[in-house]
Design a protein around this ligand. Structure first.
Ligand SMILES: Nc1ncnc2c1ncn2[C@@H]1O[C@H](COP(=O)(O)OP(=O)(O)OP(=O)(O)O)[C@@H](O)[C@H]1O
Ligand SMILES: [Mg+2]
Length: 328
């Protein structure tokens, strides 16, 4: 019997092979067949529609810039998936190389990339959603009520028009939904960054990949709050700053939805909030008030260890009431 994790890895492997847009001497058709052979039935990701969609998202093979063959990826089991996901950023002269994996998570891997000199940055972070995100979407946050669906141009679509052009009963439609959901995360990042929040600067997003400022020292990602111990005096300042960010996000009509000491990095003495995959717009999401209360509660609980006294429920209620009155 395979464990869930082994099964997921196997699926990812098959999917990354079948996603081989520039797979050297193996044609896409061969890879698709190989992907099917690996586990007896067609994996979601090796579906021809999903593959076609991925190819449309990335540029066509043989772009203007020559081969994109980061040596770091050579021995990564999901190299083909990652290559096809990041190729566009290379073609657009945003990244020059992939240097290291910053974190390999359940839903996404984050890579440290060498920035193209034209960007003015030395390193950039690329968050690449894994193939398994293209499955089981019915259980996913994308179905959360009130979540904006974006059309091909990234504009919000609501109501009966929502599913037009992205028929959710087709594989292609579902792939488009994942894209919409990742676009929404990236739009949230951009919105908050422009409002002056402590978030990584957004660079670009396409398909299943987002490119943003790399938060860290050299190629080493900054630790999460969960992984550091702060001085008591410093802790109060960091706590207050996170709550200011929560309020700033509300002023932008966003609730993080998964705020915790894991999704706040600690860099140069300040918090940097990441991972907006669960973010919701309280104008449309009936869950927003509860999610806000949970976000605030988790932050308060984390900082209690430093003696920071705060009444999470009262803080969240005050923020929410001021939001409803239009006073944040
Ligand atoms: N901009 C960034 N700069 C540096 N490192 C980053 C950046 N964004 C993310 N990371 C690293 O990648 C990790 C995962 O990122 P994120 O939380 O956005 O993805 P995730 O899908 O939630 O992954 P997980 O399931 O592990 O939580 C972070 O904890 C951090 O270590
Ligand atoms: Mg996270």
């Amino acid at each position: 019997m395979l464990t869930d994790d082994e099964r997921a890895r196997r699926d990812d492997m098959a999917a990354s092979e079948s996603a081989g847009i520039s797979a050297g001497d193996q044609g896409v058709a061969t890879l698709l067949a190989a992907g099917r052979g690996t586990h007896g039935k067609t994996s979601y990701e090796s579906n021809a529609d999903v593959q076609r969609w991925l190819q449309e998202q990335a540029l066509e093979e043989g772009g203007t810039r020559g081969a994109f063959t980061p040596t770091f990826l050579a021995h990564q089991r999901d190299r083909l998936w990652v290559l096809s996901s990041l190729r566009h950023f290379y073609e657009e002269r945003l990244i020059a190389d992939v240097l290291a994996v910053a974190k390999s998570g359940k839903e996404a891997n984050v890579y440290c990339c060498a920035a193209d000199p034209a960007t003015g940055a030395e390193f950039l972070a690329a968050k690449v959603y894994r193939p398994r995100m293209f499955r089981n979407l019915k259980n996913d946050a994308v179905y959360r009520r009130g979540r904006a669906q974006l059309d091909e141009r990234g504009r919000e679509v609501r109501g009966p028009r929502v599913w037009r052009g992205a028929n959710r009963d087709t594989e292609r439609g579902r792939a488009a939904q994942v894209a919409s959901w990742i676009q929404y995360e990236f739009q949230t990042l951009r919105l908050l960054y422009e409002a002056g929040a402590d978030v990584p600067g957004p660079i670009a997003q396409i398909g299943n990949a987002e490119l943003m400022e790399f938060v860290g020292t050299g190629t080493e990602a900054a630790p999460a709050l969960r992984e550091v111990t702060l001085d008591r005096e410093e802790a109060r300042g960091v706590f207050d700053r996170i709550l200011r960010n929560v309020e700033l996000a509300l002023a932008c009509d966003r609730v993080h939805g998964d705020l915790s000491a894991y999704n706040v990095l600690y860099h140069a003495g300040a918090p940097v909030i990441i991972d907006f995959a669960q973010a919701v717009d309280p104008r449309y999401s009936p869950e927003a008030g509860d999610l806000l209360a949970r976000d605030v509660e988790r932050i308060c609980r984390h900082f209690a260890r430093y003696g920071v006294e705060a009444d999470a429920a009262a803080l969240a209620a005050d923020l929410w009431e001021r939001y409803l009155r239009g006073e944040v």
